[in-house]
Ligand binder design. Structure first.
Ligand SMILES: [Zn+2]
Length: 271
């Protein structure tokens, strides 16, 4: 049995320099002939997805902590500040819109452990919900934090997750339930993974996490400063295009500035 319905949760907005996402355009490095390149500030949504499945409901990512501007490393929230957030962006409130409570989530899939993907994970700790993350991601995040080089990983998010019900994955592909496949991509972070979902209505969606932030990255096959391993990233992009073509798939980029014009937010399901 395949997935019945998919909902996208609206978990606020972040801002940042376009150069994080896209090299070569606005925000690019100075060159000999252009010492004054144009700079551009972009605002991107923070979102999560709920997959209603007969074998267990799945939550993909959990957004950013509502308190991040106070609790997180100042340097990090200066670079990626929360620009829009309200009580309505609490994950419990978003789940209520689709008639769910945190305990109705059977599996949590985390694309990677950056601040804007695990910020509201604490809500599920009391329920011991299994958290599926690539083993390499957990190792890498803790290693980097321990070196004082956390980047977009923050202790405020990771510290409360000690002894959480982690399910570390060390295989590149894992079918969680019928028609829901987790796939390691690397590229953005060492252990980044995406999620592919086949639905009962015959649709195929890929939730890209931050492997792709904005559609231009997919079209131009390039990524900005948020690239940890270019070789890994480029190894996957053509494969992703083949997968999308063969399955007539749709990409859901959770940070696409145009996300809410393309897809509805909860309580309306994806079509
Ligand atoms: Zn992100």
């Amino acid at each position: 049995m395949l997935s019945e319905q998919i909902f996208l949760l609206d978990l606020g907005w972040l801002g940042g320099d376009i150069g994080w996402f896209l090299p070569g355009g606005p925000g690019c490095a100075m060159t000999f002939s252009n010492r004054n390149p144009e700079r551009k500030w972009v605002e991107i949504p923070v979102s999560a997805a709920v997959i209603k499945h007969p074998d267990g409901n799945i939550l993909f990512d959990t957004g950013i902590s509502l308190q991040a501007m106070e609790t997180h490393e100042k340097g990090l929230t200066e670079v990626f500040p929360i620009v829009r957030m309200s009580e309505d962006n609490r994950i419990e409130v978003q789940l209520q819109k689709i008639g769910m409570q945190p305990e109705d989530i059977d599996f949590i899939v985390i694309s990677h452990l950056h601040l804007d993907h695990i910020g509201q994970l604490g809500v599920f700790l009391a329920h011991k919900t299994p958290i599926l993350v690539q083993k390499r991601e957990l190792e890498s995040a803790l290693f980097m934090l321990w070196q004082g080089k956390g980047g977009a990983y923050d202790f405020s998010d990771l510290e409360p997750l000690r002894n959480a019900n982690w399910v570390p994955l060390d295989d590149h592909q894992f079918e969680l339930v019928d028609g829901v496949n987790l796939e390691w991509t690397g590229g953005h972070t060492a252990g980044h993974q995406v999620m592919h979902v086949k639905t009962q209505s015959g649709r195929f969606y890929t939730f890209t996490g931050d492997y792709l932030h904005i559609p231009e990255e997919y079209a131009l096959e390039t990524k900005g400063w948020l690239l940890s391993d270019a070789e890994e990233w480029h190894t996957y992009i053509r494969k992703l295009k083949i997968i999308q073509k063969a399955r007539k798939g749709q990409l859901v980029m959770g940070h696409d500035p145009d996300l809410w014009n393309k897809y509805p937010s909860a309580p309306d399901p994806l079509k």
